[in-house]
Design a protein around this ligand. Structure first.
Ligand code: CU
Length: 357
């Protein structure tokens, strides 16, 4: 009731202000000061336009310089350097056009503000100008799109055959990591088998999965192609590793992938950044629930020898969980007929996921 009273009072107040405003306009028309007021209001607006442009550009320049390092972490992958080049080429070209058109917009608003007796110049049509401002942007945009498409097909093309394969599964709210064992083949997993111990849903009826192992961090060798198989267990997540310029959605029911070549080991990056605690990070950048802010994992880039040593030390999931293996062997865990034969998606599905990005 009180809220309704306040609302009515506010509406009444607005009506009163509206009427007062109209009254003031009518008085000024009769007294002859109306035209002068329009002139003043236009002058103020014209000046504010220029002030807005100058303050806006200064604030942008400040924020750009102050946050540059945060938004551009050092690059640590081969394709990262290519995308960086592409990004800055695009930014410089569209930046120049943006500044020129915006300066023209605001300066002309000031220059051609209302002036008594001045009339607008009527210019109906000019084919030459139409052709120029259609053809030049079309050529420039086509060039940019072609450069981007070439780079995109390089990055998204099939990974080299000898790539180290890692599977990353996003879940609320962390990343699970799985490696193929010595056979270099990831075994079958099934979401119906997921429980507190079998977080991945290992289907140990599949021989290929017997030597697969899980890890709490992603280890990859420096200078070697790495293929990430990405999937999600519940909602939409993303595998975002800014130093490698890697970003790919983790979509429930639709595996995606991304391959890259790391170029600097974690130790090298620690030396370069002067931060002994530095770690490469995978962060989820799709808001996926209450714990989203803390959803991340570390990537350790090892020298190739260190990677081999680390890999050799890992124990398979089956070895670590003999109870689960025994349950599969005793057929206590039913064979699930409709489980997918492969952990990787059909190529068509993966491509569709990439195309949607
Ligand atoms: Cu997430």
């Amino acid at each position: 009731m009180i809220a309704l009273g306040i609302l009515l009072a506010l509406v009444l107040l607005l009506v009163v202000f509206g009427l007062l405003f109209r009254l003031q306009i009518l008085t000024s028309i009769f007294s002859g000061s109306y035209a002068r007021q329009i002139g003043l209001s236009n002058r103020v607006n014209a000046i504010l336009m220029v002030v807005f442009m100058v303050v806006g550009m200064a604030a942008f320049a400040y924020s750009f310089v102050a946050n540059f390092d945060k938004m551009n972490p050092p690059i640590a992958s081969v394709h990262g350097l290519h995308t960086e080049k592409l990004f800055w080429t695009t930014m410089i070209i569209i930046g120049i056009v943006f500044v020129l058109t915006q300066v023209a917009l605001f300066v002309y608003s000031y220059k051609y503000q209302y002036r008594e007796g001045r009339r607008a110049f009527f210019y109906s049509h000019n084919n030459k100008i139409e052709v120029i401002w259609t053809v030049i942007p079309a050529i420039v945009m086509a060039g940019l799109v072609f450069g981007g498409w070439k780079e995109w097909s390089n990055i998204m093309g099939p990974a080299p055959k000898d790539a180290v394969e890692v599977e990353i599964m996003g879940k609320q709210f962390n990343f699970l990591v799985r490696y193929p064992g010595r056979d270099q083949k990831l075994g079958r997993i099934n979401y119906r088998l997921i429980d507190a111990t079998n977080e991945f849903g290992f289907d140990l009826n599949d021989q290929r999965g017997l030597d697969d192992f899980t890890a709490s961090e992603v280890h990859v060798p420096k200078g070697h192609p790495v293929l990430l198989h990405i999937r999600s267990r519940d909602v939409l997540h993303a595998v975002y590793a800014p130093h490698f310029r890697v970003q790919m959605y983790a979509v429930p029911g639709m595996p995606t992938k991304f391959w890259f070549i790391p170029t600097k080991s974690t130790d090298e990056m620690r030396a370069q950044t002067g931060n002994p605690n530095f770690n490469y990070e995978i962060a989820c950048n799709q808001i996926c629930g209450r714990g989203h802010f803390a959803m991340k994992a570390n990537i350790i880039v090892d020298e190739p020898d260190d990677y081999i040593a680390w890999y050799a030390q890992q124990k398979s999931f089956a070895d670590q969980n003999p109870d689960i293996l025994a349950a599969f062997k005793n057929k206590k865990t039913p064979v699930i007929e409709d489980a997918p034969a492969e952990t990787t998606a059909a190529p068509a599905a993966t491509e569709k996921a990439q195309a949607s990005l």
